[in-house]
Design a protein around this ligand. Structure first.
Ligand code: MG
Length: 251
């Protein structure tokens, strides 16, 4: 399979899908509070998705049982919502995808529950900064490795590590299209970026080592060393000039 270039019309639909994803994440962020069970976040996501007339990307994907991934503290990605109670000081990664008129949007963010430690706050800021650095590098004519290197350099120069076993990805009618977008790599390598490419950039950044461990549920990915991890993601489109972030509420 090769990288699928989208027309302006297709990107306009992806903009709508992206807006839905951003709206749901915003609602979740506002509702999140200590004492909540993680399944309640999934219920909110399902309700909002219905209200907005879209379908979940994740539910049923390779058998994933929920609308939303909820990954707490040392959980990196793919946490399954359930009876876990969120406590003051936890950090919670919310990863959410929606399908609208046949096209996908995918985004994630990590938020603190109540007051969090300075170390956790700095991890969140660094991970969001790494995503912004990746987006800022996404110009036509540069290579995919330039995005990967920008993300890696941003995180590692601040003393953090980037997860290597899980990557960003092309996105469109399918949630996962070509290319894979590692959060580490060498500038000047990989395919050249072209107008009409739509990509989900998603740095996963750890305070400690980058290595991971798969949980007993065969979904939840943990840091191998038990340290905290954060995850920020946006779906973007490559344009003639600056990249367009599709998973935002307002334009
Ligand atoms: Mg993704």
């Amino acid at each position: 399979m090769s990288i699928i270039i989208k027309s302006d019309r297709e990107i306009a639909v992806m903009r709508q899908a992206g807006r839905i994803v951003a709206t749901v994440l915003e609602v979740l962020k506002l509702q999140l509070r200590p004492g909540m069970k993680t399944w309640e976040l999934d219920a909110i996501a399902a309700r909002e998705l219905k209200r907005l007339g879209a379908m979940p990307s994740f539910k049923g994907y390779h058998g994933f049982p929920a609308n939303l991934c909820v990954s707490v503290n040392d959980e990196i990605v793919h946490g399954i919502p359930g009876n876990r109670v969120l406590n003051e000081g936890d950090i919670v990664s919310l990863d959410f995808g929606a399908i609208f008129m046949g096209f996908q949007g995918d985004a994630a963010l990590t938020v603190g529950v109540g007051k969090i430690s300075p170390q956790a706050k700095e991890l969140l800021e660094t991970t969001e900064g790494a995503l912004k650095a990746g987006i800022a590098a996404a110009h036509p004519g540069v290579r995919l490795g330039d995005i990967s290197a920008a993300i890696q350099n941003y995180a590692e120069s601040r003393g953090y590590s980037v997860v290597r076993e899980y990557t960003g990805h092309g996105i469109g009618q399918e949630m996962h299209e070509e290319p894979q977008i590692p959060n580490f790599g060498l500038p000047g390598t990989g395919p050249m970026l072209k107008k009409g490419m739509t990509l989900a950039l998603e740095p996963m950044v750890n305070i400690g080592d980058w290595r991971t461990r798969l949980g007993d549920d065969q979904w939840t990915v943990f840091t191998a060393d038990g340290g905290l991890s954060a995850h920020f993601e946006h779906t973007i489109a490559i344009t003639d000039s600056e990249p367009e972030v599709l998973t935002i509420k307002d334009y």
